[in-house]
Write a protein that binds this ligand. Structure first.
Ligand SMILES: Nc1ncnc2c1ncn2[C@@H]1O[C@H](COP(=O)(O)OP(=O)(O)OP(=O)(O)O)[C@@H](O)[C@H]1O
Length: 346
């Protein structure tokens, strides 16, 4: 299988895609960090290989860019089986899923990204497929409709989601193993960068690596992207990828010293400036930055909470002392905190 040709579900550009493909680890050994998940997957794959059966279905949960697609590819590569890629938004009818399932070859790995976005009718079909490798196809309409059972080849479903909580229990329960991917710490990101720099033929000192890792938002995808910007800078200016060059390149692209991106900053600005540090409800916050509540909750918040800028309280989101300091602002003297507009959206 040509793994480099496999596309990420949310490509920014063909170039970005080719770059991601080239840097993707192709085995569990090459996959940096997530030690626990790696160990669990290794055991699961080995046991299946020893019993000559398809590995159990796997659910990968966690924020974007932490390696869910990469792990799905690795599952296929390590089990020596083909990989089929699909995504929740592409499965809007049970028929879409039936077409995919009925064409799987024995042992094939089916990757469904953003599985929480699949149509409800398809979800129900998936229950039976995961459990019994069988689906019922409805033929005809109304009183004359009949269902014809169709046997499927045994397969392994790898589902990825940024919102494990949104999956209905019957679907979640049918996965033999759920892996929760965590943000990477700086030493792990440095290892991701060292590997990527090697593959790109870029010389990068330990200090330069640390500088990029610090600003990578705990996310390998971002680390690799920043590395690419540093490589561009080095290409144009020459003189090597020194710490000064790294800082200049990242400042040019407006990368915050903590790695906050535009949306992170917009959310923090709203909490601090518009809502006096909170508490503010999720929906109110989402409206004030013009984003979907789901994006704020699954993409933005986990990182802001992790680095201690934001806390979640029963009354809503609250900025921490560090947040005021990081943005060079003074917290209001008294606790003049203004609650969100809607009390029901906490
Ligand atoms: N553990 C890792 N070690 C080395 N590189 C990694 C690791 N995890 C991810 N990467 C790199 O980060 C990039 C993004 O990873 P991937 O596409 O697997 O993330 P994802 O979780 O599927 O994101 P999304 O949810 O947005 O699809 C990959 O190209 C890969 O090179």
């Amino acid at each position: 299988m040509d793994v480099d040709a496999i596309s990420s579900p949310d490509p920014e550009s063909d170039q970005e895609l080719a770059f991601e493909g080239a840097l993707r680890p192709k085995s569990l050994d090459e996959f940096v960090g997530q030690t626990k998940v790696r160990g669990q997957l290794e055991l699961l794959l080995k046991a299946a290989a020893m019993q000559n059966r398809a590995p159990d279905h796997i659910l990968l949960a966690g924020p974007p860019g932490l390696g869910k697609t990469t792990l799905a590819i690795i599952v296929a590569l390590e089990s020596g089986k083909p990989l089929r890629m699909s995504s929740g938004p592409a499965i809007q009818h049970a028929g879409d899923l039936a077409a995919v399932l009925s064409s799987l070859v024995p042992g094939e790995v089916l990757f469904i990204d953003e599985i929480h976005r699949m149509a409800r009718s398809a979800e129900e079909m998936l229950y039976l497929a995961m459990e019994d490798f069988r689906i019922d196809i409805m033929v005809g309409k109304g009183a004359g409709a009949t269902s014809i059972p169709l046997e499927l080849a045994p397969f392994t479903l790898v589902g990825a989601t940024t919102r494990a909580g949104l999956l209905p229990n019957p679907l979640r329960d049918r996965f033999g193993f759920t892996a929760h991917l965590e943000f990477y710490d700086e030493p792990e990101l440095e290892r991701v960068l060292a590997r990527a720099a090697d593959l790109l033929g870029l010389e990068l000192s330990g200090d330069s690596r640390a500088e990029i890792a610090r600003r990578s938002r705990g996310t390998p995808r971002i680390a690799n992207r920043l590395l690419r910007r540093v490589r561009d800078y080095e290409l144009v200016h020459g003189g090597g990828a020194s710490v000064a060059a790294v800082q200049a390149a990242l400042e040019l692209y407006d990368v915050d010293p903590l790695g906050l991106d535009r949306l992170d900053r917009a959310v923090m600005h709203a909490v601090l400036m518009r809502f006096d540090g909170g508490p503010v409800g999720l929906n109110t916050l989402a409206v004030s930055v013009g984003e979907e509540a789901e994006t704020i909750e699954s993409v933005v918040e986990p990182f802001l909470v992790r680095i201690g800028l934001l806390t979640r309280t029963p009354r809503g989101r609250v900025a921490s002392r560090e947040a005021w300091k990081h943005f060079g602002l003074r917290p209001p003297a008294a606790s003049g905190a203004q609650p969100g507009l809607f009390d029901d959206d906490l």
